[in-house]
Design a protein around this ligand. Structure first.
Ligand SMILES: *Cc1c(COP(=O)(O)O)cnc(C)c1O
Length: 372
């Protein structure tokens, strides 16, 4: 079977893990944590990086330090991972959804404008499958309405977006910006996450809150409420080794995308689109099957699995989740683009360990499945 995503640990990962074990620096104290934070922040052109246990924790922590008014509204895409909504709700804020752009699958900036109100305190753009959200417009909207940006860059390591003609890395746009380093992300620690910011005070608050807000004078007299979201030295060691190879990783990801594109371009399938103002990290090679095909994404995934190809259907919209409906959220809300792509979309095997022969096998399996 060709797996949908397999990490590739082809550099100094083992050497650095050995170093952690040999020196017994296996907790969150240790040199790799500091190194990974400063190197990742520098790569994204940010002043501060605060590492955490995973990307979901990064979002929850990032929102908490902004001190947004209780119950105020955060505008976010319906087409995203559940982590985004959870982070909003767990901070006592109100999620307000918008539909996504039919070409990039990222939040539609026009819909953001339509849903901004005096209750809005923040906008949360998410760079879906590695394609940047329209940050030029979203930053302007945020500035005009004086609201914060929580940027979820968990899928967009190394992707860039042009702002007034100047290329900038994803992860550089938010008051707080978050990453995940889960095993299937372009840079992985196995599990891991980070919050980036340029604000010294926010960075201090992030560091305190990920570490239970221990007292500075008296350790066990806590200054505020927090979490234990600390990343271990071993996670960071893998991250450091991964980061040494980031240029190769991004280059290979683009090769994978181009090979798929050439093989699939004449079929009844929408292949990933890249805006002129964007570069993609190709986190996942995501395709949408035309309505002319008689079965949906789940059935298509089953057919491909029979041919030895593992794929994954797209996110299901947040407005269609029963758990939130039961809370009285998003009742009767309809987001047609999200609903369309969540039923017709699949992402194909996209991991760095994928060989060209495997890509060609996936292309053949799709052609055979479609009967072309
Ligand atoms: C992966 C992901 C997360 C969550 O990261 P974890 O490390 O799995 O908790 C958050 N947001 C987006 C957009 C993601 O793709």
């Amino acid at each position: 079977m060709i797996p949908v995503n397999e990490p590739l640990l082809a550099g100094n990962e083992l050497a650095y893990i050995n170093d952690c074990v040999n020196t017994a620096w296996i907790s969150s104290a240790g040199k790799y944590v500091d190194r990974f934070e400063s190197e990742w922040a520098a790569y994204c052109n940010r002043k501060f990086g605060v590492s955490v246990t995973n990307g979901t924790a990064a979002l929850e922590l990032a929102i908490s330090v902004l001190r947004l008014p209780a119950g105020s509204e955060v505008i976010l895409p319906s087409f995203t991972i559940v982590s985004c909504i959870e982070a909003v709700l767990r901070n006592g804020l109100t999620p307000v959804l918008v539909d996504c752009d039919p070409k990039t699958f990222c939040m539609d900036a026009n819909h953001v404008v339509a849903r901004i109100s005096e209750n809005t305190s923040a906008i949360m753009p998410v760079h879906i499958y590695g394609h940047p959200a329209n940050m030029e417009r979203i930053l302007k909207i945020a500035k005009m309405h004086n609201v914060k940006i929580i940027e979820d860059a968990a899928e967009a390591h190394g992707a860039e977006c042009a702002i007034d003609g100047k290329w900038q890395k994803c992860g550089s746009f938010g008051d707080v910006s978050t990453f995940s380093f889960y095993a299937n992300k372009n840079i992985t620690c196995g599990e891991g996450g980070m919050v980036l910011t340029d604000d010294n005070e926010l960075a201090d608050r992030l560091r305190a809150r990920r570490n239970l807000c221990f007292g500075k004078q008296e350790r066990f007299f806590h200054e505020d409420r927090g979490w234990n979201f600390r990343m271990t030295n071993m996670q960071a060691a893998i991250g450091c080794a991964q980061l040494e190879r980031i240029d190769d990783i991004l280059r290979r990801k683009l090769e994978i995308a181009n090979r798929y594109h050439d093989g699939l371009k004449d079929l009844s399938i929408m292949t990933p689109y890249v805006e002129s103002w964007a570069t993609t990290s190709v986190w996942m090679y995501a395709v949408v099957f035309d309505e002319s095909i008689s079965y949906d994404a789940v059935e298509c995934a089953q057919k491909l699995m029979k041919r030895g190809v593992q794929t994954r259907p797209f996110f299901r919209g947040m407005h269609e989740q029963a758990v939130y409906q039961q809370l009285g959220l998003f009742v009767d809300e309809v987001y047609p683009v999200t609903e369309h792509i969540s039923r017709r979309g699949l992402y194909l095997p996209s991991g760095q360990a994928l060989t060209n022969d495997q890509i060609d096998e996936v292309i053949s399996a799709i052609k055979n499945t479609l009967g072309t």
